[in-house]
Write a protein that binds this ligand. Structure first.
Ligand code: PHE
Ligand code: FE
Length: 288
């Protein structure tokens, strides 16, 4: 689930005041479970050597390899023991404040539908595969789990300070599309990458995108695209460092500073950037 704007301003019929709905796991058809299995098997093959250690450890600890769409009650029980997080179902995108409140209270909201068999490679709205396979393994990591809960608290603060767009970019470039430098090399941990077969290759192996060392203010000023592969990936040195740079920093003065500065266009490299890969942008150019 992303910090997108929403369609409704009140919970739809059948949803609770906090927008959650029963997962009704029994309602998924054999074909829907098979779609999960197909997606799972494809990604599980790709991720060793590409996904971060924390992600792979979480995938294993949560037993996500069991066949079929995970039952949220069972998944939450395992997750709760590890980091105090739960997974709850929602009908689709929810209002920003609702999204942040759940997160601050260690509840990850997940879409309650799965893509159709003809949408295996791409869907616009996050489904249960993106939300659970992409996001939930990282929530089994104690440091990342603390980061996301703090992000939820920071979200409501950003709403008050008029800096939702700036904070949203931090989510985008870490939680959704983050890379990490591990001793063996760059690895992916962002949910948008680990849940996508094509972007798992692209983010690490393609010469097109820039790969730039993570810098909080830089990230919060950088535009992004939502409809294609990224043209920039930001690389954190460790989850401890990400936590330190965000949780231990008061964002109010940062927002004030960057709200007065221009946004940084997609794909631009700045003189002060710590450039890991200077992308050719050939993929983006071929699509222009
Ligand atoms: N420290 C941030 C603030 O002062 C909150 C935050 C924490 C944001 C972690 C993102 C991640 O608003
Ligand atoms: Fe997401």
């Amino acid at each position: 689930m992303d910090t997108n704007s929403h369609v409704l301003d009140h919970p739809p019929e059948g949803a609770a005041a906090d927008w959650t709905i029963p997962q009704n796991w029994d309602r998924f058809t054999a074909e829907e479970h098979a779609t999960w299995d197909t997606l799972f098997q494809r990604q599980a093959k790709l991720l060793p050597g590409r996904a971060s250690r924390a992600y792979l450890k979480g995938l294993d600890a949560l037993k996500l390899s069991e066949s079929g769409i995970p039952n949220f009650a069972e998944l939450s029980e395992r997750l709760m023991k590890l980091t105090g997080w739960q997974v709850v179902a929602v009908p689709g995108l929810v209002p920003d404040d609702v999204f942040f409140d759940h997160m601050a209270n260690r509840r990850f909201v997940a879409g309650n539908f799965i893509r159709r068999p003809d949408q295996l490679d791409y869907i616009q709205e996050p489904d249960v595969f993106h939300d659970v396979f992409g996001h939930v393994p990282m929530l089994a990591d104690p440091v990342f789990a603390d980061y996301l809960a703090a992000y939820g608290r920071g979200g409501n603060r950003a709403l008050e300070l008029g800096a939702l767009k700036q904070l949203g970019r931090l989510y985008w470039y870490t939680v959704e599309f983050g890379l990490i430098a591990e001793p063996e090399g760059l690895r992916i941990y962002g949910a948008g990458i680990v849940s996508s077969s094509a972007e798992s290759h692209f983010a690490l192996e393609d010469p097109s995108p820039n790969r730039i060392g993570f810098d909080l203010k830089r990230v919060m000023r950088t535009d992004y695209r939502i409809d294609d592969f990224q043209q920039n990936y930001f690389v954190i040195p460790s989850f401890d460092e990400l936590l330190r740079a965000t949780v231990e920093t008061d964002f109010a003065p940062l927002y004030e500073e960057i709200l007065g500065q221009p946004d940084i266009p997609i794909a631009t490299i700045l003189p002060e950037d710590q450039v890991i890969t200077h992308g050719t942008q050939e993929y983006a150019l071929s699509r222009a």
